[in-house]
Design a protein around this ligand. Structure first.
Ligand code: NOJ
Length: 508
């Protein structure tokens, strides 16, 4: 939300900014958008601390701006998914403010307010942002729960008022044209009722104390009831609206992605650059959804992780690998979520410590570098201040020469990452109707993966050495200019991938 496009030059991205760039997204071949939270919020966790689920943060625009974005997106055949944050509110949400107004206030039952143990928190649960998952209220023996920052108190989903309110919220946004939701920390809603201490055992590799396997704080059976209810609501719209869970664990995906629960979740491909590790991960995610009518949602980066061009080695090497991995994943059955800027080959940016804003950095006292480095705004135009994002200094500083990644510069070059993504997405779109939901691995040399999917064959060379493959088919597109066809063989430089088309028909 904050980093895509800024329409009013205040240094922060906004809804009209996104609307003004829909043609760019369409030209890329995008058919759906996911917006991170745009609700009124003190921005302690960049929108994941919602103070009003029915509005738009003035920094990002107005409800009318949301309506215009939806209308313009739909006119271009682009769906709009919005982020829903049901696990916690902001500490500035009227419910929480009311809860703090007195020990008898009924709003307390909408959160977890629990007496401590001799001045210590009620249990040993930890916040994802560091320290205990509990904060004590001044002058009273009670603590409140927050699995994230103290400014994000957890809602008590056992209280029927909470699910009832969220039914209203999701209906409200669906009625305003949203095509569905990305559900934040989707399996966390209900916490185990006994609030028991986590039994700690030494970690298998590091030896550090870790929660004993099988002990669940979250992921309670009742969470499924919520999604059955939401799925029913989604099904009352025509066409059916979509529910995407923020769930990465394949075991959980197979329990939540169902005909009557969520439609999809994220297959996060964050493995080291190794053919067998990637093959295993692809298979695990494929099988996680194999019993449902869904397919995996492949993804390599988002606003919470180090950008994959950096993870895969950085510099020229990381870029080549990132291009190859896009080839590998975009050919697979399923959806692919592009994180803004990955189509430019953007790397993780260095953000000076005094400019970092991420609560993960702040609450861990800098032990965790935080997620600001993947959130630095998009570079739109070369040779313009702030890479054309804004005439004001952007909310996160751009590194020197960030504008050399700019979209206008890459659009002019036929060899840029942007041009490659465009051609790849175009090829994918052109083949779409002939691609079956099934793929099959083919025998491949070491450090290489090859699969067939109907008329498409995809090969990826993970190794340090060039490869020559006897792979039939017309070369559609290669991830680097070095990918070529000789009379009979496919030549693949290290860290490259290729798409070939054969006469095989769909379904074979
Ligand atoms: C997941 C979101 O993607 C992340 O940005 C946020 O900090 C946590 N959930 C808490 O809402």
């Amino acid at each position: 939300m904050r980093s895509f496009a800024d329409s009013n030059n205040d240094g922060v991205g906004d809804l009209p900014g996104i609307t003004s760039r829909l043609d760019y997204l369409r030209s890329l071949g995008v058919d759906g958008l996911w917006l991170t939270p745009f609700y009124p919020s003190p921005q302690k966790d960049h929108g994941y601390d919602v103070a009003d689920y029915y509005g738009v943060n003035p920094e990002y625009g107005t409800l009318d701006d949301f309506g215009r974005l939806v209308e313009e997106a739909h006119r271009r055949g682009i769906k709009v998914l919005i982020d829903i944050v049901p696990n916690h509110t902001s500490s500035r949400h009227p419910w929480f403010e009311a809860a703090l107004s007195g020990t008898d206030d009924p709003h307390r039952t909408r959160y977890y307010f629990v007496p401590g143990r001799n001045g210590a928190p009620p249990n040993n649960w930890q916040s994802a942002f560091g320290g205990p998952a509990w904060t004590q209220l001044e002058g009273v023996p009670e603590w409140y729960m927050h699995l994230f920052a103290p400014e994000q108190p957890d809602l008590n989903w056992w209280n029927p008022v909470v699910p009832a309110e969220f039914r209203k919220i999701i209906t409200y946004w669906l009625d305003r044209g949203a095509d569905g939701f990305r559900i934040d920390v989707a399996v966390s809603l209900h916490k185990r009722r006994d609030l028991a201490d986590r039994p700690l055992v030494p970690h298998r590799i590091t030896g550090a104390p870790t929660t004993a396997p099988g002990f669940e704080i979250i992921d309670q059976p009742e969470v499924h009831d919520v999604y059955r209810d939401w799925r029913h609501i989604a099904g009352t719209y025509e066409p059916e609206r979509v529910l995407v869970g923020e769930i990465f664990d394949p075991g959980r995906q197979s329990r939540y992605i169902k005909q009557d629960e969520l439609h999809m979740a994220f297959a996060m491909m964050d493995r080291r650059w190794d053919a067998s590790a990637w093959k295993r991960a692809i298979d695990v995610y494929r099988h996680a959804v194999s019993r449902s009518t869904s397919l995996p949602s492949w993804t390599q980066s988002n606003h919470d992780v180090i950008r994959h061009a950096t993870r895969l080695g950085g510099g020229g090497l990381g870029r080549e690998r990132a291009k190859a991995s896009a080839f590998l994943l975009l050919g697979l059955p399923g959806q692919y979520f592009i994180y803004q800027g990955e189509e430019l080959g953007l790397e993780e940016a260095f953000v000076p410590p005094e400019r970092r804003e991420d609560p993960l950095y702040i609450h861990t006292n800098g032990r965790h570098q935080g997620r600001d480095g993947c959130r630095v705004p998009m570079p739109w135009r070369q040779h313009e201040p702030n890479a054309g994002f804004s005439t004001s200094p952007p909310w996160l500083p751009m590194p020197a020469a960030w504008d050399r990644n700019a979209i206008d510069a890459q659009a002019r070059s036929t060899t840029s990452v942007l041009s490659l993504y465009r051609r790849l997405l175009e090829a994918r779109c052109g083949l779409a109707r002939r691609l079956p939901a099934r793929m099959d691995w083919a025998a491949a040399p070491q450090d290489c993966l090859i699969y067939h999917r109907g008329p498409l064959s995809v090969a990826c060379n993970f190794g340090h050495r060039p490869l020559e493959l006897d792979l039939p088919g017309r070369l559609l597109i290669g991830s680097s200019p070095g990918v070529r066809r000789s009379a009979t063989r496919l030549l693949m430089p290290p860290n490259s991938a290729a798409w070939l088309e054969t006469r095989r028909s769909a379904g074979t």
